[in-house]
Write a protein that binds this ligand. Structure first.
Ligand SMILES: NC(=O)c1ccc[n+]([C@@H]2O[C@H](COP(=O)([O-])OP(=O)(O)OC[C@H]3O[C@@H](n4cnc5c(N)ncnc54)[C@H](O)[C@@H]3O)[C@@H](O)[C@H]2O)c1
Length: 265
């Protein structure tokens, strides 16, 4: 249930992008459980409607925003929708992401453009739009979802890994830009979670590597993780929510590894 202040307005207001499934849906659910009013945003109208139903059943205030975040005005409009409803924004989770497997020497302009438009440009514009609201409030937290891949050489996934290196760069810059106003900006790199995105990515990886036994291929990848298993969306969402609501206020410009030991500082 959404917790309210003395004027009966939600005391914490969040916007989660890419909330139609996977990690974004679970982060939204946990934020609502913790008393936040939650605006959910995605290009997938059907998946987002399912998330909305799930959240409304749980009880609390939800704003549903269907949009393609790669269009020029969409990031600003998404932030404005949340602010118009609740009068401010305390948390932004930049979770929407796109990636496609493509061997480096067969890279296409289309794949690079689509990947960078969402993972880099839209994310930066969302940080800017939310950051301007949070600057006026003199408070707020932004969490960008990056990837262990941002620091790896993955020649079949370069547009994606380059885009996530961009996320790391934007996180550092936004953290410095917003620090004078008490706004914190951090990122989190999740390990392998069996979401829709991960499933289709690994099927394509197996295909281009000529691996017909998909399960054996997946098992080998899982064995590379020091903890010996993949992450659940639930446990990754717990860490995202910790950054959103509980992390100490001196923590900013940080990149949190949640990859079972795969990615190490
Ligand atoms: N699954 C993993 O193993 C893994 C590992 C590392 C990082 N990540 C990152 O975690 C985040 C969540 O991914 P996920 O695994 O839950 O995958 P997912 O595919 O379930 O979630 C991504 C969401 O982004 C939405 N989206 C795509 N294009 C959009 C657009 N133009 N406008 C608005 N929304 C759009 C999709 O519809 C989808 O709901 C992503 O940033 C991803 O890169 C995932």
């Amino acid at each position: 249930m959404t917790t309210t202040d003395k004027n009966n307005r939600p005391s914490r207001r969040a916007l989660v992008t890419g909330a139609a499934g996977g990690l974004g849906r679970e982060v939204s659910r946990q934020l609502l459980e913790r008393g936040c009013a939650v605006a959910i945003c995605d290009i997938d109208a059907k998946g987002l409607a399912d998330t909305e139903q799930l959240l409304l059943k749980q009880g609390g205030e939800v704003e549903c925003i269907v949009c393609d975040l790669t269009t020029e005005d969409a990031p600003q409009a998404a932030v404005e929708r949340a602010v118009a409803r609740w009068g401010g924004l305390d948390v932004l989770v930049n979770n929407a992401g796109y990636g496609v497997i493509e061997p480096f020497l067969e890279a296409t302009h289309k794949a690079w453009t689509r990947t960078l438009a969402l993972n880099v440009t839209a994310l930066a514009m969302l940080c800017k739009a939310a950051g301007r609201v949070m600057r006026e409030q003199r408070s707020g937290r932004i969490i960008n979802i990056t990837s262990p891949g941002s620091r790896m050489a993955l020649p079949d996934y370069t547009a994606y890994t380059a885009s996530k290196a961009g996320v790391d760069s934007i996180t550092r810059a936004a953290a410095v830009a917003l620090a004078p106003y008490g706004v914190l900006v951090n990122s989190l790199a999740p390990g392998m979670m069996d979401t829709e995105m991960q499933r289709s990515t690994e099927m394509e990886m197996a295909r281009i590597n000529g691996r017909s036994d998909l399960q054996a291929f997946l098992d080998e990848r899982t064995q590379r993780i020091p903890l010996g298993r993949r992450a659940s969306v639930d446990e990754i969402a717990q860490a995202v929510v910790w950054l959103c609501l509980d992390a100490p206020p001196y923590m900013t410009a940080e990149r949190l590894n949640m990859s079972g030991g795969l990615d190490k500082d």
